[in-house]
Design a protein around this ligand. Structure first.
Ligand code: HEM
Length: 98
């Protein structure tokens, strides 16, 4: 990464890493076109696990000294929202009018 940074400075070139392209590449993630939320579980034993991918293949919050300082807050908010969705679903599933 540091080498890319130096080369970019020497040649005055902007380097852009496409997060979407990396995530849609089968070399990084098996069956990238499919919605498989289980791939994000901590369990590495499944071949589909994102934990087996290259550590830099998925970096939504960036990396290094300038990485996102709100990462923990953002992840906490996502957990709270998901927990609330599950909570309300469990409590209201029986009262749904179909
Ligand atoms: C899903 C939510 C979020 C995503 C995906 C995200 C993503 C990112 C990314 C990719 C960067 C640039 C990292 C880099 O240059 O290497 C960044 C920087 C930053 N983020 Fe976030 N962010 C999120 C939420 C938040 C929240 C909730 C806050 C504040 C409460 C926040 C505050 C910042 C700040 C201040 C920087 C600049 C850090 C610096 O340049 O030193 N972000 N974020």
């Amino acid at each position: 990464m540091a080498q890319i940074h130096k080369l970019a400075a020497i040649f005055q070139t902007e380097v852009i890493i496409s997060h979407h392209t990396m995530c849609m590449n089968e070399k990084n993630f098996e069956r990238p076109d499919e919605f498989i939320p289980e791939r994000w579980l901590e369990d590495k034993s499944m071949s589909i696990s994102a934990k087996n991918a290259h550590p830099f293949a998925f970096m939504p919050f960036g990396f290094g000294p300038r990485m996102c300082i709100g990462r923990r807050l953002a992840e906490l908010e996502m957990r709270v929202v998901l927990a609330k969705v599950i909570f309300f679903f469990k409590h209201f599933e029986n009262s749904l009018v179909v």
